[in-house]
Design a protein around this ligand. Structure first.
Ligand code: OGA
Ligand code: MN
Length: 287
């Protein structure tokens, strides 16, 4: 178990997620960081409120978990925000006719970050700079728990199968830069990963789906693949093992991308939401 005596960890009742109180992410020492890391592995998603992070601070904290991935190219083709290739801006704000970030103000559907790549990031850290008065909440689901709750027959059915994680659309439904969209899941670009994934640090098994749109189970007829995916996604949509963050400016949420998915509620397009994200490189291919 964990050595969290030094940390104030408030576990939520959703089956994942914990708030860590009383620490400043700019100044935690090695022991504090080790406790945070263990709390993160145990709780899958951590919330730190009232932080005051510059982009450099966000990047420096994220780097303590490992090397960073460059952010995906934004919907407008923009990259290297403020000269920082690690920074991904999630925002609906438009400046000089150009969106400053990605995902707009609509719903962002359930997904895993960047799992359309061969080596997806193990973690993401999302920091809230400006949030709307209502809406735009972000929910997380525990994919260990979803796997555990599958009927045995379904577990047997998916053992050894791989699923394509689509690289055509982002979670806001926008086509990724440079991709010619196809809605045939067999043709769509993406990466194949095992549907059941053993977490490299905890050794626990999780369902690994990535995203629903354009997903395809390798080797099956399209109709069979769709039916199997619908059955699996039904378990996600009805999972009680979720936790939602109602954002405040200064919130930093750190999630484990290997055993959670997340989604975002829509919000009023006339309000501003500005979030900065980093993504920490995975160390091994999902297996
Ligand atoms: C992300 C993401 C949703 C949100 O940053 O990866 O999906 O709530 N964000 O902004
Ligand atoms: Mn995301």
């Amino acid at each position: 178990m964990t050595d969290e005596q030094t940390l104030d960890v408030r576990v939520t009742d959703g089956g994942l997620g914990a708030e860590i109180r009383g620490i400043d992410l700019r100044t935690i020492d090695a022991t504090g960081f080790a406790d945070v890391k263990q709390a993160w592995l145990d709780n899958l998603v951590l919330l730190f409120r009232d932080q005051q992070l510059s982009d450099a601070d966000l990047i420096a904290f994220s780097r303590r978990l490992g090397e960073l991935d460059h952010a995906p190219v934004q919907e407008t083709g923009r990259r290297f925000v403020g000269g920082m290739p690690e920074l991904y801006v999630v925002s609906n704000v438009v400046e000089n006719g150009q969106p400053i970030g990605s995902l707009g103000n609509g719903e962002a559907v359930w997904h895993t970050d960047m799992s359309y790549t061969e080596l997806p990031p193990k973690a993401s850290a999302l920091y809230a700079l400006e949030v709307p008065p209502t809406g735009g909440n972000t929910s997380f689901v525990n994919m260990y728990a979803v796997y555990d709750s599958l009927p045995d027959a379904l577990k047997q059915r998916i053992a050894g199968l791989r699923v394509k994680h689509d690289g055509t659309y982002n979670s806001g439904g926008f086509v990724r830069q440079g991709v010619i969209p196809s809605d045939d899941p067999r043709e769509a670009p993406g990466a194949l990963h095992p549907i059941v994934y053993t977490h490299p640090e905890t050794g626990r098994q999780a369902l690994y789906l990535g995203r629903r749109r354009n997903a395809y189970v390798e080797g099956l007829d399209l109709a069979e693949s769709e039916a199997l995916l619908d059955a699996l996604w039904d378990q996600v949509e009805h999972s009680p093992h979720t936790w939602t963050n109602v954002w405040r400016p200064g919130d930093l949420v750190l999630w484990d991308n290997r055993c959670t998915m997340h989604r975002r509620d829509p919000f009023d397009p006339d309000s501003r939401r500005v979030m900065h994200r980093t993504q920490i490189k995975g160390e091994s291919r999902p297996a």
